[in-house]
Design a protein. Structure first.
Length: 395
């Protein structure tokens, strides 16, 4: 199923006595009476008449009609949506009553609700609605995009997210989720959990993802705008992320708990599947903890998160504790390597592939080439090439 581009409905869906009140030839005054509810008709017919008028008149009329529908008694709307309705009308109602969780639940239980409606609602659904959508496995398998949207919704319980990934994998679906293979690997490694264990994991993930949920629901951007001096702006963000030096010893977990249970400690206590999901949908602060995780599945998910921007990637490029795989991923991401500070950071990183470092040397300023030539932490082939380039430029 898919919603049509043309959202109008046929006038034939209305009883003949109602058609004459909403037809293009009907007087404007009569249409206004329909909107005001001044013409007696069945509630379902009234709703369809309002929808017909909303989609066949200008935006001013449509706005007026939306207000009229919003003022209809909730019980009446709930009764209407329990009966057959065109998919476009059901979808329209979800936009008018997006804050009414109970009504949305009734709409999604209507057999006429379209998969496109599920996809749109899945992105911002409450925990209760997420549970309801996740139970419709037949529709999920027909429209995998619903699973994709649900998975990245922070309101989806961790145990339900794992079940959906397992459902998709068992049915041979390849979802458009970053690092999907790693996600499946992490979920399938959990084994079978009892109800108590699932509840505990749900609670742990919900607590760890509170900040992510707040950012997600507010729609706030995490990116840092670059000013006129982009080098300085990128350096500031990189400094924030690189505050923890690789040599700094990590406090034992029990000490972190005694000091109030920091957000970082809560994240470290999650299982691999939960860390992977948080890496994909969490905040920059979440990712700054997870990028240092010892499990390569987790760090792969972090670096492939759709939320990472250039400034954040620069901060990661300056963490010498990163694995070679992650450094190589950054080095081959053209969107990130086009910035000068990233070129410098990669050349100075001891795990950047030598071939990549040598290619980037050609773009460095003399002052940075000197710094590379003096470095004792990067491969000798890179420092040797930097010295050779300096000689050529100094002639």
């Amino acid at each position: 199923m898919a919603l049509p581009e043309d959202r109008r409905i046929s006038i034939d869906l209305l009883p003949p006595p109602v058609q004459k009140f909403v037809s293009p030839s009907a007087p404007v005054r009569t249409k206004v009476m329909v909107v005001q509810g001044a013409i007696p008709m069945q509630p379902r017919d009234h709703l369809l008449a309002l929808y017909f008028l909303a989609t066949t008149n200008d935006e001013r009329v449509a706005t007026l009609i939306q207000g009229a529908v919003a003022q209809m008694p909730p019980e009446q709307i709930q009764q209407i949506v329990r009966n057959p309705l065109p998919n476009v009308v059901l979808d329209w109602l979800t936009t008018l009553f997006e804050a009414d969780e109970a009504l949305l639940g009734h709409i999604l239980r209507n057999p006429g609700a379209d998969a496109d409606t599920y996809v749109r609602l899945a992105k911002g659904a409450s925990e209760r609605l997420c549970d309801q959508i996740a139970r419709n496995e037949a529709l999920l398998l027909q429209s995998p995009k619903i699973i994709e949207r649900l998975y990245l919704n922070p309101n989806l319980r961790a145990s339900v997210a794992d079940r959906l990934i397992d459902l998709a994998a068992r049915n041979g679906l390849v979802l458009d989720i970053p690092c999907y293979a790693e996600v499946v690997e992490a979920v399938q490694g959990l084994g079978v959990l009892d109800a108590a264990s699932q509840a505990a994991q749900d609670a742990a993930f919900s607590e760890a993802a509170q900040d992510a949920k707040a950012v997600y629901l507010s729609g706030a951007a995490e990116d840092v705008p670059l000013g006129d001096d982009e080098d300085e702006a990128l350096d500031e963000v990189a400094a924030e992320l690189a505050e923890e030096a690789p040599s700094t010893p990590r406090r034992p977990a029990h000490q972190e708990e005694e000091q109030g249970g920091s957000a970082a400690a809560r994240i470290r206590h999650l299982n691999v599947a939960q860390k992977v999901r948080l890496a994909l949908m969490g905040t920059k602060a979440d990712r700054s903890v997870l990028i240092r995780d010892s499990n390569k599945v987790v760090t792969r998910a972090v670096i492939r998160s759709p939320a990472i921007n250039e400034s954040e990637a620069l901060g990661y490029a300056r963490l010498t504790s990163l694995s070679e795989e992650i450094v190589a991923f950054i080095a081959h991401k053209r969107q990130w390597t086009r910035r000068y500070p990233m070129k410098v950071a990669l050349v100075l990183h001891p795990k950047t592939p030598v071939s990549v470092s040598i290619q980037l040397l050609a773009h460095l300023r003399v002052s940075d080439l000197k710094m590379v030539a003096r470095s004792h932490s990067i491969p000798g082939a890179v420092t040797k090439e930097a010295k050779a380039m300096l000689k050529k430029r100094m002639k």
